[in-house]
Write a protein that binds this ligand. Structure first.
Ligand SMILES: Cc1ncc(COP(=O)(O)O)c(C=O)c1O
Length: 329
């Protein structure tokens, strides 16, 4: 099977990264550092062109999934979640028996952040995914600022796919105490299998997460890999550009067939097949030809009303060409 369901990076990290990482194998008898100081310093340096922060402004987790869980445990209670979006915000709320207010954001095929003011006042935690998974839409900075200004509680901006567009509000953590920005190393630096995510916020907010996280929540390989991939960030730029180019070409082909692709701002493309029957036929045709995709009607990865949509992860050129051929056929 060709897996275009999970949106991990379909290209391996640069060889230099793997070579350096292999050296760490002889150290596995030792615990990770636990304070993650080297990784924190490297990440603050990486953030520097956008914002100058201290190591006390960042905390790492076992993948961004763990960070989402920690943020939910600290600030959740009443979670305001725009739909459709990444499923782990409400899954984390459910794991802690918390309340979710869903807010429908898909109007006439466009994902618009437009919270109800009363909901923003009621929520203890507001989630914004930018670019949004699975729609791919970029949320205008002005809209995020409006939400932070109006929210009574914490606003978590998930920038899991940041590297593909470079659009961020991380600089705003200096201005707002109720903002926490989240990043992952999975989809961009291609170390999904090692699990590494990070939260960026005020010292006081980060301290609240530090207090409840496990002492060695990030494993030794992930800790080392984080430092290595940041050192090689320039080499990854070519991979990010290649992924966007493949994704946009696929979207253009799908559009020519009369379907409606969503914007390509990450390593996935959501396609609206315009009716449920066509979507389910396309899904089965792909599956029977050996290509796995995410149907919008499954709630495993994302939630919301997407019954005529399929999300395609961006794979190698030949995989996407095959998908187009099958859809046409
Ligand atoms: C928006 C978003 N946030 C967080 C995650 C989780 O990332 P990680 O692999 O670092 O746990 C994903 C993964 O699909 C995602 O799409």
């Amino acid at each position: 099977m060709i897996d275009l369901a999970l949106a991990d990076l379909k290209f391996p990290p640069p060889r230099g990264v793997l070579r350096e990482l292999v050296r760490e194998i002889s150290m596995v008898n030792f615990y990770p550092s636990g304070d993650y100081l080297e990784l924190k310093r490297a990440f603050c340096d990486y953030l520097r062109p956008k914002v100058s922060l201290a190591i006390e402004n960042v905390v790492f987790g076992n993948g961004l999934d763990e960070v989402i869980d920690l943020v939910t445990r600290v600030w959740g209670g009443v979670n305001l979640i725009p739909m459709p979006t990444f499923s782990q915000y409400s899954a984390a709320a459910a794991r802690s028996n918390q309340k979710v207010i869903s807010s429908g954001m898909l109007q006439q095929g466009k994902y618009e952040l437009d919270f109800d003011e009363a909901d923003l006042k009621r929520a203890s935690l507001v989630w914004i995914c930018n670019p949004n998974n699975p729609t791919g839409d970029l949320i205008p900075r002005r809209k995020i600022e409006q939400a932070i200004d109006s929210a009574k509680g914490m606003v978590a901006v998930d920038e899991c796919y940041y590297e593909y567009t470079g659009k961020t509000v991380v600089d705003l953590v200096k201005d707002y105490d109720n903002l926490i920005v989240l990043r992952s190393f999975s989809k961009n630096f291609g170390i999904a299998g090692l699990r590494l995510g990070v939260a960026i916020s005020s010292r006081e907010n980060i301290m609240k997460i530090e207090k409840i996280r496990q002492p060695f929540n990030v494993n030794r390989f992930a800790e080392k890999a984080g430092v290595i991939v940041l050192r090689h960030a320039d080499e990854y730029k070519k991979i990010w550009q290649r992924v966007l180019k493949i994704g946009k070409k696929f979207a253009a082909e799908v559009k020519k067939m009369g379907y409606r692709p969503f914007p390509v701002n990450a390593n996935f493309v959501l396609v609206d097949f315009l009716d449920e029957r066509k979507a389910s036929e396309a899904y089965l045709k792909l599956k029977n030809s050996g290509i796995k995709t995410y149907p919008g009607w499954s709630e495993e990865d994302f939630e919301g009303d997407l019954n005529q949509h399929i999300r395609f992860a961006v794979g190698a050129e030949s995989d996407m060409e095959l998908a187009v051929k099958i859809l046409k056929g």
